[in-house]
Design a protein around this ligand. Structure first.
Ligand code: DAT
Ligand code: MG
Length: 166
């Protein structure tokens, strides 16, 4: 078949479209760890956060309320070892109960990070959890309502910390 004929063949075009859209349109079911932080729980925003996850279409597959201790938080935030905000972060995260959630869906890791908005709530877009519900408190650590895993590796590791039975 001549090159032009090959390109216009539906089979070839179908392959090209599938390759161009990958991985966006290919099945990529993931799980992510979400935490409603002590500020979110104290303000009664747990239901709001879960509602936004569900309304987006992700499935909630596990939920647990706990008061995290230093040991579990040092494990969870191991990537931030040595950073100046680690101590205030651990103090804040252990200051009250948190709600740990596992959500599942196609590309949920990236999708929940978009729902959450960027780290700094002053800069997070309106429409996001952090942009709508949090603001700069002038504290040493940024208080921003939620945590969401940032990669498949982090998600697997973090789910193992909060839900060892899964
Ligand atoms: P994210 O939660 O958006 O993934 P991160 O993993 O970089 O952000 O940091 C973990 C948390 O630590 C973050 O939600 C808020 C706090 N934090 C991050 N950077 C900070 C900074 N420069 N000063 C104070 N707190 C910070
Ligand atoms: Mg992070």
């Amino acid at each position: 078949m001549a090159a032009a004929g090959l390109l216009s063949s539906p089979i070839y075009a179908g392959r090209w479209v599938r390759r161009r859209l990958s991985p966006v349109n290919s099945a990529n079911i993931e799980k992510t760890l979400i935490l409603v932080k002590p500020d979110g729980v104290a303000r009664g925003l747990t239901g709001e956060v879960i509602g936004r996850i569900e309304r987006k279409g992700y499935a909630i597959v596990a939920v647990r309320m706990l008061h995290a201790d230093r040991e579990i938080l040092l494990k969870h935030y191991a990537e931030h070892e040595g950073k100046p905000f680690l101590e205030p972060l651990i103090e804040f995260m252990s200051s009250g109960p948190i709600v740990a959630i596992v959500a599942q869906g196609n590309r949920v890791i990236e999708g929940f990070r978009k729902l959450a908005g960027v780290t700094d709530p002053t800069l997070a877009e309106p429409g996001t959890i952090r942009g709508d519900l949090a603001r700069d408190q002038g504290t040493k650590v940024i208080q921003n309502i939620v945590h969401g895993s940032d990669s498949v590796e982090s998600a697997t590791r973090e789910i193992g910390i909060f839900f060892p039975e899964l």
